[in-house]
Design a protein around this ligand. Structure first.
Ligand code: ADP
Length: 585
């Protein structure tokens, strides 16, 4: 029989509990972290029931229930708590065989213990438990235990939501780690910088995910097209250690590398004994506690590993590391390829520069010789002319013909010389900038070439009516253009053909064409004929291969362009240069 006073007290206690339960509900609603929910639970219990020590244990992926049961075999209460999913109340531990006092630091003082499983679903396994200890026997009455069970159920439901929230937060931060990493790696073209970045990110993900500090780690790469390995970057490794590793050097067939780099597998060694056997050398100075090798793979090829002296258990962190190593693998390969091609490019530039120097030396040599040939040639030409005119006595018709040939050949050599000299001059000497009539230049060079054309059995035609096509530039150089085009037409035409020259205007440009009925230029050669010293193979006519290259330079120096049209029947060279502004419409 309860006394009135006891009844009143019990009623008051229930009311007080109801009030604090309501307050607790509100608190849980606002809670966003596991720690805050646990703290709220312990505080609410303390408001209603005095106890001496209270704790909440939660099983997680890093610290699973099974592992704890094994580790705490001495704590015999855990198994029934999980299996029966009911609270376990020991009103007096001294009467309890299941209570093993030497397992707890405060075991001597503890008299009563209450364990309540945390269940968010009565069907599934608890994911943790509440433990309350009191130094008094019989500290928790049945109604109090019932109330605490109620609070624990509420907490379990709230924890489920909070854990989901934490999981979402974590996923979000994972996605942002990957996004940031991929953005950075896309922009990065420097191998050492890329490696340092990857290793820093991996270390920071592991240390935060697993809450460990002083991780030692390295990126070990396979040398391209070789079985040798090198330690490319280290974290918390001394230079001496890195050097020792690289001086050895290791191959992909040795120790754990045969699996990690050779086969592209994750290698995990969880116990110190295994580690010191397999890879003590890897982190040579401080023997590692554990070892994790994450392969860096690109497709089916493994280019290296990220090696860490710490095993990662959390599946989410492992998944993140897998995604990170995939990203890193292709980024590292990209920068490796880039570094190799930069080296090749540098070598090519060097070779090119060397060739240019040789080219220049050759040009100078030819220029000097050519220059020296000019003076004696002038004498030969002059004496042949004087002889032909009869200055040294009468000559026979045969002698006159021979002298004509001498003059014609010396003219050809002279043209060659002026072509060679032009080669440099167009580059090094500025053009004259004087307006002149292109039509006049055309007519003058046609007059000069007629003789050579006739000898070759060809006719050169120009329109009878003279025109004014004024352009600004270097008339002497332009003469060379006509001379070259005409002498080519003569050289590459069979006897009996006709060569026609036309000079006109087209909008704001002067347009000139030289057309022959000669052998034509094969389609495939048209690109090449503008190159210095290039000659279409099989040409019987003699030449240096310099003419068209000079022609194009001169036209381009006048701000114009030149092109060629050819079929089996003949060839037309056409060029345009800007008309002199002073006379434009
Ligand atoms: P080359 O001294 O050999 O004439 P060019 O630079 O003047 O050097 O010409 C380059 C090549 O272009 C010649 O070897 C020749 O094969 C071809 N070519 C130039 N003009 C003509 C043309 N009118 N008809 C046919 N082939 C030509």
């Amino acid at each position: 029989m309860l006394t009135r006073a006891a009844l009143l007290e019990s009623e008051q206690r229930q009311r007080h509990f109801a009030e604090s339960q309501l307050a607790f509900s509100y608190r849980l609603l606002q809670t966003t972290t596991v720690d805050a929910a646990v703290e709220a639970l312990l505080a609410t219990i303390a408001e209603n029931t005095p106890y001496d020590a209270g704790s909440v244990t939660l099983w997680t992926a890093e610290k699973p229930l099974r592992a704890e049961i094994v580790a705490a075999h001495r704590f015999a209460l855990l198994t029934p708590l999980v299996e029966e999913r009911q609270p376990i109340y020991l009103p007096d531990v001294r009467q309890e065989a299941r209570w093993l006092p030497d397992t707890q630091p405060d075991a001597q003082e503890v008299r009563s213990v209450l364990l309540v499983p945390l269940l968010d679903d009565p069907q599934s396994e608890p994911f943790g438990y509440l433990s309350l200890k009191s130094y008094r026997p019989n500290a928790f009455s049945q109604p109090v235990v019932n109330n605490i069970v109620l609070l624990c159920n509420q907490t379990a439901a709230a924890l489920r939501t909070v854990r989901l929230l934490e999981e979402t937060r974590r996923r979000l931060s994972e996605v942002s780690v990957l996004a940031e990493m991929s953005a950075h790696l896309n922009r990065s073209y420097d191998l050492p910088e890329t490696l340092r970045f990857v290793l820093d990110r991996v270390v920071s993900v592991i240390s935060q995910g697993e809450k460990v500090s002083d991780i030692r780690a390295a990126i070990i790469l396979r040398r391209p097209a070789s079985n040798l390995l090198y330690l490319a970057v280290g974290h918390n490794l001394s230079n001496e250690e890195i050097e020792r590793f690289n001086n050895r050097p290791y191959t992909v067939h040795e120790g754990t590398f045969a699996r990690s780099i050779g086969k592209g597998e994750w290698v995990e060694i969880r116990d110190e004994a295994g580690v010191s056997q397999a890879i003590a050398e890897q982190f040579s100075q401080v023997a590692p506690r554990q070892l994790l090798d994450i392969p860096l793979s690109v497709g089916s090829e493994t280019i290296g590993i990220i090696s860490i002296d710490h095993v990662v258990r959390d599946p989410t962190t492992r998944q993140l590391l897998r995604a990170m190593s995939d990203l890193a693998g292709s980024a590292i390969q990209k920068t490796q390829v880039l570094a190799a091609s930069q080296k090749q490019a540098a070598e090519l530039v060097e070779t090119y520069e060397h060739l240019q120097v040789m080219d220049q030396e050759r040009d100078e040599f030819i220029q000097n010789i050519t220059h020296d040939l000019k003076a004696p040639l002038t004498f030969i030409r002059g004496y042949a002319e004087l002889m032909a005119e009869g200055a040294f006595g009468a000559i026979t018709p045969e002698q006159s013909e021979a002298l004509e040939v001498i003059q014609e050949r010396t003219d050809a050599v002279n043209q060659l010389i002026s072509n060679i000299l032009t080669l440099k001059q167009v580059e090094s000497h500025p053009l004259q900038e004087i307006p002149f009539n292109l039509d006049e230049v055309a007519r003058k060079t046609v007059r000069n070439a007629r003789m050579a054309a006739r000898i070759a059995g060809l006719e050169i035609s120009v329109p009878t009516e003279q025109t004014n096509v004024i352009v600004k530039g270097d008339a002497a150089r332009m003469e060379q253009v006509f001379e070259n085009l005409l002498s080519n037409s003569i050289k590459y035409s069979p006897e009996g053909g006709e060569i026609s020259v036309s000079v006109g205007t087209r909008q704001d440009r002067a347009q000139v064409s030289v057309t022959d009925q000669g052998i034509g230029i094969p389609e495939t050669e048209i690109e090449n004929i503008w190159n210095r010293y290039y000659r279409v193979s099989g040409m019987s006519a003699k030449g240096s291969g310099l003419g068209l290259s000079n022609v194009r330079r001169i036209i381009e120096a006048h701000g114009g362009r030149i092109w060629v049209h050819s079929n089996g029947q003949g060839t037309t060279f056409t060029f345009e240069v800007p008309l002199y502004e002073g006379i434009r419409d």
